[in-house]
Design a protein around this ligand. Sequence first.
Ligand SMILES: [Zn+2]
Ligand SMILES: [Zn+2]
Length: 349
Amino acid sequence: MGKMLAAVFHKSNKLGGDIKLEEVDLPYVTKSNQVLVEIKACGICGTDLKIIEGGHPANDNTILGHEFAGIVREVGESVQDLEIGDKVVADPNEKCGYCINCRRGLSNLCEYMASGTTFGIFQDGGFAKYCVLPRSSLFKLPKKIDLIAASLIEPLSCAVHCHNIANVKESDNVVIIGAGPMGLIIESVIRKHPIKRLISIEIDEWRGQKALDLGADLLINPDTSNVQKEIMKFTNNEGADVIIDAVGISKTFEMATNFWAPGARLICFGQDNRAEAKIKPNDIVRYQRQILGSYIGYAEDFLDAIELVANKAIDIDKLITEVIPLEKLILTGFKLMKERKCVKIIALP
Ligand SMILES: [Zn+2]
Ligand SMILES: [Zn+2]
């Protein structure tokens, strides 16, 4: 049997574990609904780091990488609508389609998914030359699409979802807390639409510069400035109509409630299971504010993300800061991620 290079997660006895580049057996189609995909590009996600550090669960001995695009190389006998050579992107979160959440249109909250099915986390993913996935986890891509750019589709679909949940209007002052990769991708989606003002809150200088580069009207560093004061001044005392918390810690959530305008929507996007926050319910009632969660995305958000990438409608070149061979995933890719001097790093298997 042939072999391929893959980045495999090895669970340690404690939390987290180690990622190692090693030779593994080539995967092959075993079920009629499966597709063998030759992976052409796979993005590194903050979740990959979290898995290694113990902040996110994952299965032992699993090939990581859940943001990938590639080319169909083999199809099971019941797959009728994909041909060898078609370009595809993976939706790594496998949904059942029949649980109560799926049937209510909340496929992003599929009960089956919660039991751990994500490709690149609980099942073998994209940091390898090949991956086998069910047809239902693949979206066919337009022929013209660039596959390196297409590896942005998965995180972009989450950003599209967030933008839809926020229901952003032209007259809105928008604040994004956190200019990490997701905060910046969300910014680039929001910037596609007319809004009043866009303010970015970020501690790290490199990331703050990126936020300005992608079109933020104002950057505030909460370590050196009074965020509430700066925002009220910049918005002529209007405050923020839409706040996207792309960090999700206690501090950022509570910060958001210092400058939210009457009628504001606060979107909780960043995840941290340890975060707790104090809030006055009457601040919500009296000013008809909304606190909304945004979690991954729907299939329709994937379709929108595909169009944004295919039409080069977002700043792909500014979002992909590094393209590296898979061999350099750990020494270069994960190193840059830890140093935070990157937006998206794409590995080429
Ligand atoms: Zn991810
Ligand atoms: Zn389901």
